[in-house]
Ligand binder design. Structure first.
Ligand SMILES: NC(=O)c1ccc[n+]([C@@H]2O[C@H](COP(=O)([O-])OP(=O)(O)OC[C@H]3O[C@@H](n4cnc5c(N)ncnc54)[C@H](OP(=O)(O)O)[C@@H]3O)[C@@H](O)[C@H]2O)c1
Length: 243
């Protein structure tokens, strides 16, 4: 059976992606930081949960070892990510907050991708790697600069691995979500409700985790088999410049 690794599997986008991949027949192995987990959230599907931190080399290795025991790794979905604990103007951004965000969003994603890429090469059967970047990769938010910088970094991770792995039959693409209703945005719900009501998002609604999960599935089921190194913007049209 083909295995799919999903990080951030307890969060909005990670859980939706894991459920949809498991429904498609993948044996999913997911990692999240919490240990107090209600596994009924996984609806009895073939989803193995590991508590761990993708910024830890030992935890990344454990994740890949467990996934490999279940079968060849066909898919890696890098979902785990954090926003700064405190939003601060870029003139006040601290090195501690920068290191925290970059350590997970960039360093963790980069070295997990490296580990899985080497495993996929060893398996010799190709594969799909999907990174969840963000509209923040190309949109300035001066109150969370470290997050924007980290997501721009994820975009380059996508291109670098897409280039390096193309000859191995491994595609690497990224999804750049806009405003998605998850735990991450719950803290700024009122602000985004108002912005959406004011027309920020042409499609006029919040994105849902399933909107992203459907794109994840399409990027690993062959629908986009001739595409690699691509960014898929999934933001209800928010990126459209208007005059
Ligand atoms: N929501 C949006 O509007 C939006 C837009 C663009 C991009 N994104 C990106 O989408 C991804 C998923 O976010 P989400 O919206 O689904 O938010 P979420 O519900 O907060 O999910 C993020 C998940 O990542 C996990 N995580 C964080 N750091 C980790 C680490 N070091 N090791 C393992 N797991 C870790 C968290 O685990 P814990 O629960 O244990 O902390 C959490 O479950 C993130 O990369 C985010 O940047 C979100």
């Amino acid at each position: 059976m083909s295995t799919a690794i999903v990080t951030g599997v307890l969060g909005g986008i990670g859980k939706a992606s894991a459920l949809m991949l498991a429904e498609k027949g993948y044996s999913v192995v997911g990692m999240g930081r919490r240990s107090d987990v209600d596994l009924s959230d996984f609806k009895g599907l073939d989803i193995t949960y590991l508590a761990g931190d993708i910024s830890s080399a030992d935890d990344r290795q454990r994740l890949v070892d467990v996934a490999t025991q279940k079968g060849d790794i066909a898919v890696l979905v890098n979902v785990a990510g954090v926003a700064p604990k405190v939003r601060r103007d870029i003139l006040e951004m601290t090195e501690e907050s920068y290191d925290f965000v970059m350590g997970i969003n960039v360093r963790g994603t980069l070295f997990l991708t490296q580990l899985v890429a080497n495993k996929m090469i060893e398996q010799g059967k190709g594969g799909s790697i999907i990174n969840i970047s963000s509209c923040s990769a190309y949109t300035s938010s001066t109150s969370r600069g470290e997050y924007c910088i980290s997501k721009a970094g994820v975009s380059m991770i996508t291109k670098l691995f897409a280039d390096r792995l193309a000859s191995e039959g491994i595609t690497v693409n990224e999804i750049c979500p806009g405003i998605i209703a998850t735990g991450m945005t719950a803290v700024v719900k009122e602000k985004y409700d108002n912005l959406i009501a004011g027309g920020l998002v042409p499609l006029g609604r919040w994105g849902q985790p399933d909107d992203v999960a459907k794109a994840v599935v399409a990027l690993c089921d062959g629908t986009f088999g001739y595409t690699t190194g691509q960014s898929f913007i999934l933001d209800g049209g928010m990126h459209i410049r208007k005059l």
